[in-house]
Design a binder for this molecule. Structure first.
Ligand SMILES: *Cc1c(COP(=O)(O)O)cnc(C)c1O
Length: 370
């Protein structure tokens, strides 16, 4: 049944009919059953191949006896720890069931039919979904070298624009914006427009002029910076992220937020993980070595790629990626086609453990040679 035939469609909020559901990677167990394979490697969702660090693991184990209790609806301890870590007031913090949830809270708070949000071509899929789900209009700027073109984005901003979404670095391209241009962009935005800087991959970036937008919060009351525990902290399954903003903005977001949106395990693990700099450092080092592995292989195979500062690399196959992806699946290698991001010839590969990367590279080489 197409959505047009759905008898409940006329009852829905504006924008629902136009939504394309987010297509997550299939569960590994299902794929293995379908394809009759085993021991597949999953390099499709930019997870940390090391998982969580020891502090987060201990925090989770310590909570087993509390499963029967609701979590702290205000997230007091997690917000306290995050506020201390970032040197902001606790009232500046909004916690989410993943940073996706915070992005969605932003949309539900500031977007509605008749107003607009602005983002780039090849931007993170949640921006269009959250915008459309609340019936607002999306204005999409052309990308420059696969990344955010801030000038093109600024040209789309009108008095109807309420939110500008910027992932830095961007997923799925791994491109990034330096401090100076990003800061002047935010400066140039009207104060009636919320600028979201989504820093999901910030821990992986080593470039000297890469910004930490949380340092600009005092200067720009219309800035919201989001972070996640799903990537460098290895807590993807728990679903926990947060936004930092002017406390008056956070107050509005927290009115929309469901009180128990972040579960107790997620709160405790995140509070323990934020200070585990050792684990983040180890994860970043692993990532750097893995990235080298891929870049060396792409060079050897004569493949173009989009230079990435994240924990993934998006490679240009020079031909439709769908059939190559299917062949990789048959060889037990799960990566992410990015046709829905306007990149039909690319595959996004998350950096895994050395042996996983080696399997992926060998399979890719095999498929491309056949
Ligand atoms: C992975 C990712 C997130 C984080 O999502 P969670 O909901 O925290 O798992 C946010 N933004 C971008 C650009 C991402 O790639």
């Amino acid at each position: 049944m197409t959505v047009q035939d759905n008898p409940f469609l006329p009852l829905t909020a504006p924008g629902i009919a136009g939504l394309t559901p987010y297509v997550p990677g299939k569960p590994v167990s299902e794929l293995e059953r379908e394809l009759g394979i085993r021991d597949s490697v999953k390099l499709a969702s930019n997870e940390n191949p090391l998982g969580p660090g020891p502090r987060a693991r201990e925090a989770i184990a310590a909570l087993m006896g509390e499963i029967g209790r609701y979590p702290d609806g205000g997230g007091f301890e997690l917000r306290r720890v995050l506020a201390e870590y970032h040197g902001v007031p606790q009232t500046a913090v909004t916690i989410g069931n993943g940073s996706n949830d915070v992005l969605d809270l932003i949309a539900r708070t500031f977007l509605y039919p008749g107003v607009e949000s602005v983002f780039s071509e090849h931007a993170f899929a949640v921006y269009p979904i959250s915008t459309q789900a609340v019936g607002a209009a999306a204005r999409v700027a052309k990308a420059r070298d696969y990344g955010n073109d801030l000038d093109a984005m600024a040209r789309l901003v009108t008095d109807k624009t309420r939110v500008v979404w910027i992932a830095n670095p961007n997923n799925p391209t791994g491109t990034w914006l330096a401090a100076a241009p990003l800061k002047s962009f935010i400066e140039s935005m009207p104060r009636t427009c919320i600028v979201v800087v989504d820093e999901a991959y910030t821990d992986y970036v080593g470039e000297p002029d890469f910004p930490d937008a949380t340092h600009w919060l005092e200067q720009f009351p219309n800035l919201i910076v989001t972070r996640t525990f799903a990537k460098a902290h290895g807590l993807a399954a728990l679903r926990v992220g947060y936004g930092l903003s002017d406390p008056r903005v956070a107050d509005l977001l927290n009115r929309v937020r469901q009180p128990f949106n972040v579960n107790a395990f997620a709160q405790a693990a995140a509070a323990a993980a934020i200070g585990d700099l050792e684990h983040v450092r180890a994860s970043v080092e692993f990532n750097r070595a893995g990235m080298r592995q891929y870049l060396d292989a792409f060079k050897r195979l004569g493949l173009e790629y989009i230079p990435s500062v994240g924990n993934f690399i998006t490679v240009d196959l020079g031909r439709p990626a769908g059939p190559v992806n299917h062949e990789l699946l048959k060889r037990g290698v799960i990566v992410r086609p990015v046709g829905n991001y306007g990149l039909p010839d690319h595959l996004r590969i998350s950096i895994g453990l050395e042996a996983e990367n080696a399997r992926c590279i060998a399979a890719l080489e095999d498929v491309l040679a056949s």
